[in-house]
Write a protein that binds this ligand. Structure first.
Ligand code: SAM
Length: 341
């Protein structure tokens, strides 16, 4: 049953604009084994480990959100699969799927560790994973990720499919970097039964380069694809911000996440928790709530739940990203690796 089909519980979180908050994204680490050019600078300073919530504390926070109406949790990062013992969190949360209040537990990963973890993920109850992949060319892959290797990622995708997981490929559209490869990647993904979603670069964090040069509006990509393929709008939703189309020639689904060319905030059902317990009510705004303090202040959850309520009452109407030559600085100092996208 999807969350939209389920009647909201009495405890449900409703923000000032009447939106039900049913989706929690949890970044379990800010560390990553890649340094993608649009996401991070090459020399990142990561959080000291002592600042991180333990996996038990993260689970307690997730449990509080589930009690308050969250039906879907996505684990993300940094690279979530580089956090030590992260499978124990998947096991605990996976046991809440169904009668424990959770409809779905998913993961966003760069795929580098998937061959090791795909089977285990499936056993914990994960059914869908998003794998971020911007190119299938090994040299380009190294240029984009700075530190990554393509081979293990492709083997990770194979392992996920072999384990029976639905895989969606997330591709950031980058001007002059992968724009000539998008149709090719689409045919490859759909040929293997995977959905694909294209994402616009968002102005988050300093990346040692000029984002104006990387930014490629998806309206342009879509117009180009429409010359080659028949694209039909679909009602299909996964709970995230993507708008989907059916590609007639491949039979597969193609999603578009367009935070810059189209503001999708009116249907936002999400909040984001970081590995230090900061809750961001909007990916594109700075306002946050500290949940580490209430989680550590008392073993009783009353304080924590009151802090969550207070945070939801501050969820903003939307974000306002701009990328153009007059706005060269990032809209937000925070990198995507803090909140996990
Ligand atoms: N490491 C995992 C991964 O690669 O999927 C999870 C975290 S990563 C930050 C989540 C997604 O955000 C990836 O698809 C990545 O390409 C995307 N991303 C990172 N920075 C971005 C930015 N500035 N604009 C748009 N997407 C971005």
């Amino acid at each position: 049953m999807t969350n939209s089909a389920r009647p909201p519980s009495l405890a449900s979180m409703i923000d000032p604009f009447g939106r039900h908050i049913t989706y929690l994204r949890v970044s379990v680490t800010d560390r990553c084994d890649f340094r993608c050019v649009y996401c991070m600078s090459e020399h990142m300073t990561f959080l000291p480990r002592r600042d991180l919530l333990t996996l038990e504390e993260l689970e307690r926070l997730c449990a509080a959100f589930i009690r308050k109406g969250v039906r879907r949790i996505r684990i993300t990062g940094g690279e979530p699969l580089v956090r030590r013992d992260v499978m124990s969190l998947f096991e605990k949360l996976g046991s809440r799927i169904g009668s424990g209040g959770l409809d779905e537990l998913t993961l966003t990963t760069n795929g580098s560790q998937l061959s090791r973890y795909a089977q285990m993920l499936r056993q914990t109850g994960v059914r869908r994973v998003n794998v971020s992949l911007d190119t299938r060319d090994a040299d380009r892959f190294r240029r984009i990720t700075r530190w990554g290797e393509l081979g293990p990622v492709l083997r990770g995708i194979d392992a996920a499919l072999d384990a029976g997981l639905s895989v969606k490929i997330n591709t950031v559209a980058l001007r002059g970097i992968n724009e000539d490869e998008i149709a090719d990647m689409l045919e490859w993904a759909h040929g293997r039964g995977m959905d694909m979603t294209l994402i616009e670069t968002m102005p988050l964090g300093d990346v040692d380069g000029d984002r104006v040069d990387q930014y490629l509006p998806l309206s342009l990509v879509r117009a180009r694809l429409a010359q080659r393929y028949s694209l039909t709008d679909l009602d299909y939703r996964t709970g995230g911000p993507a708008r989907y189309m059916r590609v007639g020639e491949t039979g597969g689904r193609l999603g578009f996440i367009t935070p810059l060319t189209h503001n999708f905030c009116e249907s936002c059902n999400r909040v984001r928790l970081t590995c230090t317990g900061r809750l961001f009510m909007c990916l594109g705004q700075d306002d946050e709530a500290d949940l580490r303090e209430p989680v550590r202040a008392s073993t009783d959850d009353a304080l924590l739940e009151a802090s969550i309520d207070e945070a939801i009452s501050r969820k903003p109407k939307g974000h306002d990203f701009i990328i153009d030559r007059r706005h060269r600085a990032p809209a937000l100092a925070r990198h995507m690796s803090v909140t996990g996208g």
